[in-house]
Design a protein around this ligand. Structure first.
Ligand SMILES: [Fe+2]
Length: 518
């Protein structure tokens, strides 16, 4: 392994820190690395694994003003690239405007989600709550050969070079970026069309917008999606013809909001609502009638059992129905049952077992307006990934994380077969935690699960981190290879995979127009 330190940062976190989401498996890194020819500890790097795994996650350098919430640290990208049986690693902080300002100040400037707005030391901020730090730390996707990092409370999108991890600035969509509301985490790239679908949300009416950026990077569609009040949507889904947004009954308590207090509560008497929107529809002008009897331009709302969903795996069309799969929370508002440490009690809503997250299916009938729903699994899992070339299409496999009971830590992996209900499960082992596991289709892939699963581990036993690669069809065989990273990285969450051919397509042409075949 050829290793070079390319950046060193000063952490102002306390020496005797006892916050479990800044220590132990969540200990942040302060060093940025460039490592080539990663050492193979076990197995062999498959020659037909070609592309880049990217993971975003909070990696705080400074203490919060008062109370640190693990969604508020600085964003750090982890990158592992594969080609010709070799692999490289990079990790870089996302250089957001807020990150640079806090580096300059030497400490935190913005109050977190659990802190009062009055603590702010800056005159402007980001996020649906307002006055949050935009660390662009939540999610990462790749669109047009660029990695785009995002923030769950809505912020700017930062363009990052997927090879080097270097931040190239804010994405502006050729001048169309909706800076007033920003963009939520989990924009969706449709690999079939090259479009990116997104939403944002805020405390101001209409409370949500939906938009489409086309393969030329132009904002070609942006419409209001009026809601009854401020909501906290986190993810969306799409099919070939529709986008699916949501209005769940877990939202900031309106009476407290009037006093600028942001306390999310489950309103158990209210249904979940799903908006099915024609991908270029939703605007007030779109009243044309379709042969299904529903306006092709209209937002169609469907009601379902009350719950909250952090993440969806996929959606597709099946006759008159839209099929949507995601992780239903049996208990979106887990009570303080007095068990566990003070930290476990404070962050009980991050533990998958406390939220009872299970893969679930909703069917929305476009003809009758009815919803049917059913659980797809008895087992608790979340952070499900699919072969992204099946995004918006009928699919069979979702690869999801299992959680260490009581904690926000991924202790294993489940391969869900959503057609047969079959599940295969592996544990990473005591003291070993994984990241969201991306699916990497093999070069020349001939089927949905013909590829690899890639994840990064935080191994507390070895005080080290590894990149694990599994055969997606045979996870119980164990990893086909295990690669050493330069140092132990923080446990983490959202990731993506981009094929090498896709990144090179954007590098090796003279113009963006050529890359999209114009
Ligand atoms: Fe998320």
């Amino acid at each position: 392994m050829d290793v070079e330190v390319v950046g060193k940062f000063l952490s102002t976190l306390p020496e005797d820190d006892d916050h479990p989401y800044r220590t132990g498996p969540w200990r942040p890194q302060t060093t940025e690395w460039r490592a080539d020819n990663l050492t193979v500890v076990e197995g062999e790097i498959p020659a037909d694994l070609d592309g880049i795994y990217l993971r975003n996650t909070e990696n705080p350098l400074h203490p919060a003003l008062k109370f640190y919430h693990p969604f508020e640290g600085d964003g750090m990208l982890q990158i592992v690239g594969f080609r010709d049986g070799k692999a490289f690693y990079r990790n870089r902080f996302v250089r957001t405007e807020a990150f640079e300002a806090e580096q300059e100040a030497g400490g935190s400037l913005w109050p977190g989600i659990a802190e009062p707005l009055s603590l702010a030391k800056a005159d402007h901020g980001w996020g649906a709550r307002t006055m949050l730090k935009d660390a662009s730390s939540t999610d990462v996707v790749v669109h047009r050969g660029n990695a785009l990092t995002s923030f769950y409370q809505c912020g700017d999108l930062y363009r990052v070079d997927p090879y080097s991890g270097e931040t190239k600035g804010k994405e502006d969509w050729n001048g169309g970026f909706p800076y007033a509301c920003g963009v939520s985490a989990h924009p969706k790239v449709d690999e079939r069309t090259g479009e990116m679908l997104f939403f944002n949300y805020s405390k101001k009416a209409p409370y949500m917008h939906y938009g489409v950026v086309d393969k030329n990077n132009d904002l070609v569609h942006y419409v209001d999606v009026p809601l009854p009040g401020p909501r906290l949507p986190h993810d969306m889904a799409f099919t070939r013809n529709y986008a699916i947004l949501n209005d769940f009954p877990l939202f900031w308590e309106p009476e407290l909001l009037e006093r600028d207090l942001h306390v999310a509560r489950l309103h158990r008497e209210m249904p979940s609502r799903f908006a099915v929107i024609p991908r270029r529809g939703g605007s007030s002008g779109g009243q044309e009638r379709s042969d299904r009897g529903i306006g092709v331009g209209e937002v169609m709302w469907f009601e379902a059992d009350p719950t909250f969903v952090l993440h969806f795996t996929n959606a597709y069309e099946d006759g008159d129905e839209i099929v949507l799969d995601g992780f239903y929370q049996g208990e979106p508002e887990p009570g303080d049952d007095g068990t566990g440490t003070k930290w476990q009690r404070a962050f009980r809503f991050l533990a998958l077992d406390r939220m009872q997250t299970r893969l679930h299916r909703w069917r929305f009938n476009l003809r009758t307006g009815e919803t049917r729903e059913e659980p797809l699994s008895e087992n608790i899992s979340e952070f499900g990934m699919i072969n992204a070339t099946y995004g918006g299409e009928p699919y069979r496999y979702a690869y999801a994380a299992t959680g260490k009971p009581g904690w926000f830590l991924f202790d294993g992996l489940i391969r869900h077969d959503v057609v047969t209900g079959n599940e295969e499960h592996i544990s990473f082992g005591e003291g070993v935690y994984g990241s969201e596991t991306a699916m990497a289709p093999r070069v020349g892939s001939r089927g949905e699960d013909d590829g690899y699963l890639v994840t990064l581990t935080t191994d507390m036993n070895a005080d080290a981190s590894y990149c694990l690669v599994f055969d997606a069809a045979r996870i119980t065989d164990g990893p086909v290879c295990k690669l050493q990273l330069p140092e132990r990285i923080s446990s983490g969450t959202h990731s993506t995979w981009v094929a090498g051919s896709e990144v090179r397509r954007w590098r090796e042409t003279d113009s963006a127009a050529q890359a999209v075949g114009l």
